[in-house]
Write a protein that binds this ligand. Structure first.
Ligand SMILES: Nc1ncnc2c1ncn2[C@@H]1O[C@H](COP(=O)(O)OP(=O)(O)OP(=O)(O)O)[C@@H](O)[C@H]1O
Ligand SMILES: [Mg+2]
Length: 274
């Protein structure tokens, strides 16, 4: 499972992680993945595949949901991080943007952004600079800075959620389903900003997405999760061009939407016979 790295030390490394909810529900069945420094890695899969669970197992947010990592290990910058609190992780440079945006609706956009800096003990000047940095990447937020978040659009709320994460000056962002419920044009706008942050600020991303084809256009590498297991991984361009991935995710198969595994096995058999 080291293909993403070609021998380099991974920045984030998830090794054989198993997650159980409520003591009995086995959801992740040994997931391994790596994010090299400065890369965008996509974690793909259908509804319920375990993408959010994987991100929460990394950011240690599972505990609040009666979930537990029962096997495996997680390292960030060469150090085990499985026992840290989310705050300690933020201080080490890793922040998660939760699925569903989660802005404080009654606060203004700017107040929401400011909540992202709470783990940093910083001066007013530094705070202002951090805000300006967010507004530089999200000019839309600057024009909406005094609006109550609850009244801003879905796209603006997603931008606010990412902007708030940026206020903690992370070097790694776990981004859960940024495209959810947004119009295609806004999705592109958000992914362009993700790319910009990656290229200019060297922020690494682990990006969970159901929107496979968009995510693969922006990612360097991808993993496909199904039913709590990685069923395929590869270079993003190769995955996007892969017939099995296209067949499954673009619904090109004749017999309706099959399990990705079935498609893969079926194709394998076909190759065998040929
Ligand atoms: N707190 C929880 N308690 C019990 N089961 C849970 C809990 N959270 C998630 N699950 C189950 O774990 C499985 C994986 O869920 P998860 O949210 O990780 O999937 P996902 O890939 O993020 O899906 P989606 O694309 O819909 O967001 C699902 O079957 C879900 O029902
Ligand atoms: Mg999810």
């Amino acid at each position: 499972m080291q293909t993403a790295l070609a021998g380099a030390t991974p920045y984030l490394s998830v090794n054989n992680v198993e997650v159980i909810y409520d003591h009995v529900i086995l959801v992740l069945k040994g997931v391994s993945l790596d994010v090299p420094e400065g890369k965008i890695v996509a974690l793909l899969g259908a509804n319920g595949a375990g993408k959010s669970t994987t991100l929460k197992s990394i950011s240690t947010l599972l505990k609040g949901e009666r979930g537990e990592v029962t096997k495996g290990s997680i390292s960030f910058r060469g150090e085990r991080v499985d026992q840290l609190t989310p705050n300690e992780l933020v201080k080490k440079g890793m922040v998660q943007v939760m699925e569903g945006r989660h802005c404080f609706g009654h606060l203004t956009v700017e107040e929401n952004l400011l909540t992202g800096a709470y783990t940093r003990n910083i001066s007013r000047g530094d705070l202002k600079e951090s805000l300006e940095r967010v507004y530089h990447y999200f000019p839309r937020l600057k024009t909406r800075r005094t609006s109550q978040s609850g009244y801003t659009s879905g796209g603006e709320q997603q931008m606010t959620a990412i902007g708030r994460a940026l206020m903690a000056k992370p070097t790694m962002i776990l981004l859960d389903e940024p495209s959810m419920g947004l119009a295609p044009q806004i999705v592109e706008e958000i992914f362009e900003i993700v790319r910009d942050l990656n290229q200019r600020e060297k922020v690494s991303f682990l990006l969970a997405e159901q929107n496979t084809m968009v995510a693969l256009r922006y990612a360097d590498f991808g993993y496909i999760l199904e039913n709590g297991r990685v069923v395929m991984e590869g270079d993003a361009k190769e995955l996007a061009a892969n017939e099995d991935v296209k067949e499954f995710y673009l619904g090109l198969s004749s017999g309706g939407r099959k399990s990705f595994r079935d498609v893969k096995h079926y194709r394998r058999r076909k190759r065998w016979l040929a």
